[in-house]
Design a protein around this ligand. Structure first.
Ligand SMILES: NC(=O)c1ccc[n+]([C@@H]2O[C@H](COP(=O)([O-])OP(=O)(O)OC[C@H]3O[C@@H](n4cnc5c(N)ncnc54)[C@H](O)[C@@H]3O)[C@@H](O)[C@H]2O)c1
Length: 248
């Protein structure tokens, strides 16, 4: 329920991948913290029916399409006047050995999990710079830090998100735009339905906490990064709600 006194009160936040999993949990947590929302996802039906109590514009689009992304940002700026926080959470995951991977599979992963982040940031950053500040939170993965067998494309895309986040933070932080990544460990969402049970069992066994996380256990990290003063000193960082899978 939206309040006017939460840690994100008065902020207008655009969340991609908001129809499911971690994105939907971040949307709910942001609304509870008092933010106003714009929600974007490829899946129009699920976007309409997920978290129906959340108030905010819902945009169905493929975030790999440059013109559609620009139209999304233009519409939001026209409608809300500003975007204070951008959360890039849309993503896909498939499992495949490198030797079996065709170029189209590789390219789609890079397009959805990395290029979409470039496209949204490129469209939003000029508005944040003009406004004198903003927050960008990119959802990477701990597999972008340590790699995952059968996941060369996913690991490369997520490592790319972490590098992109650091570079953009160096470019725009001095002008008030703070850019960070969150690299969750395995989280129980529809995304990991496509992973083999062997992969999941092996991963669970190597986690120091011995269990996968829940989307609701990732969302508070995004609230922290978006909030003032909680997020004020973070930029170029990668925060890890990951069950101990990566320790830095
Ligand atoms: N679940 C995990 O174990 C885990 C771990 C680390 C990182 N992540 C990352 O967290 C993010 C959210 O994942 P999740 O687990 O909530 O998955 P999810 O499948 O529940 O949600 C992902 C959402 O992204 C949307 N999406 C996919 N392609 C899109 C496109 N081209 N344009 C617009 N929207 C698109 C989907 O429709 C879906 O609603 C992803 O970036 C994922 O890589 C997930």
């Amino acid at each position: 329920m939206t309040t006017s006194t939460g840690s994100l009160a008065g902020l207008h936040c655009l969340i991609t991948g908001a129809a499911s999993g971690i994105g939907a949990a971040i949307a709910t947590a942001f609304a509870q913290a008092g933010a106003t929302l714009a929600l974007a996802d490829l899946d129009a039906d699920r976007l309409e029916h997920t978290a129906t109590d959340l108030i905010g514009m819902r945009h169905a689009l493929d975030l790999t399409a440059p013109d559609a992304v620009q139209a999304l940002i233009d519409t939001e700026i026209e409608h809300a006047g500003r975007i204070d926080v951008l959360v890039n959470c849309a993503g896909i995951l498939t499992e495949m050995p490198l030797v079996d991977m065709d170029l189209a599979t590789w390219q789609r992963m890079i397009d959805v999990d990395l290029t979409s982040v470039f496209l949204t940031c490129r469209a939003v950053v000029p508005h944040m710079l003009h406004a004198g500040g903003g927050r960008i939170i990119n959802i990477a993965s701990q597999l972008g830090q340590k790699g995952g067998s059968g996941l060369t494309h996913y690991s490369a895309a997520k490592a790319g998100v972490i590098g992109f986040t650091k570079a953009l933070a160096r470019e725009v932080s001095a002008r008030g735009v703070l850019v960070n990544a969150i690299a969750p460990g395995p989280i129980t969402t529809p995304l990991i339905d496509g992973l083999s049970s062997d992969w999941k069992q092996a991963k669970e066994a190597e986690l120091p906490l011995g269990r996968f996380g829940l989307p609701e256990e990732v969302a508070p990290t995004a609230v922290l990064l978006a909030s003032d003063p909680g997020g004020n000193l973070y930029t170029g960082q990668t925060l890890g709600p990951n069950s101990g899978d990566v320790m830095v």
